[in-house]
Write a protein that binds this ligand. Structure first.
Ligand SMILES: CC(C)(COP(=O)(O)OP(=O)(O)OC[C@H]1O[C@@H](n2cnc3c(N)ncnc32)[C@H](O)[C@@H]1OP(=O)(O)O)[C@@H](O)C(=O)NCCC(=O)NCCS
Length: 172
């Protein structure tokens, strides 16, 4: 059976329930609602983009683009909060979220996209596959206790150059 199309679009207030169920189940619905409100406000200021991936009317993926504001960093933006529901992973949804993110980043004049990830996880492999390259690694930078076990990960920073928008061809 062919899989349903994936729609990538900016977040809406009413997405909070799906986001909490499918992407941020460790957070409460109230926390996710507050985060969406905050992101909508930052999007209105042109400082942020929160995209969601929708399949069959359900929001199953999420990714945010955070513009750096420091005068030395204005050519950079961070890709953050990238999550796809486990049932929908491996269908190209992260790749589709990245494509839309890169278009917006180029529109803002961003030249470098950065991302942070836990070393040794599947996500690190995905980011490399998407074209990101490592520029920093802090050994044992993340520690988490999970089911009574201590988990230790490197804190890995990656970057991807943002392709500039194709300039419209005008009359010669
Ligand atoms: C990381 C994550 C967002 C990827 O989402 P996804 O929709 O499954 O990714 P895609 O299907 O778009 O895959 C992108 C590419 O990575 C490849 N890929 C998938 N899993 C991989 C792995 N473990 N190692 C290497 N490459 C992998 C895919 O084959 C695809 O490459 P292709 O298009 O050339 O075939 C998703 O797995 C996820 O939400 N993980 C849990 C949360 C998380 O770790 N987020 C990152 C926080 S830093």
């Amino acid at each position: 059976m062919p899989s349903s199309p994936v729609i990538i679009r900016p977040v809406r207030r009413e997405d909070a329930i799906d986001l909490q169920t499918h992407c941020f189940s460790r957070n409460t619905l109230e926390e996710v609602q507050q985060q969406v409100e905050s992101n909508l406000a930052r999007m209105a200021e042109g400082q942020w983009l929160h995209l969601v991936a929708q399949v069959d009317e359900i929001v199953v993926g999420s990714a945010e683009l955070k513009r750096e504001t420091h005068r030395l960093l204005r050519h950079r933006a961070e890709w953050t909060g990238v999550v796809v529901d486990g049932e929908y992973q491996g269908r190209g949804i992260a790749r589709a979220l990245l494509a839309e993110t890169l278009t917006q980043a180029a529109t803002w004049g961003i030249e470098l996209l950065t991302v942070g990830v836990r070393g040794g996880t599947g996500a690190e492999g995905v980011y490399h596959r998407l074209g990101f390259r490592e520029y920093a690694r802090l050994p044992s930078g993340f520690k988490e206790v999970c089911d009574g076990k201590l988990l230790v990960f490197d804190d890995v920073s990656l970057y991807l150059p943002v392709p500039p928008l194709a300039s419209p061809s005008g009359p010669m």
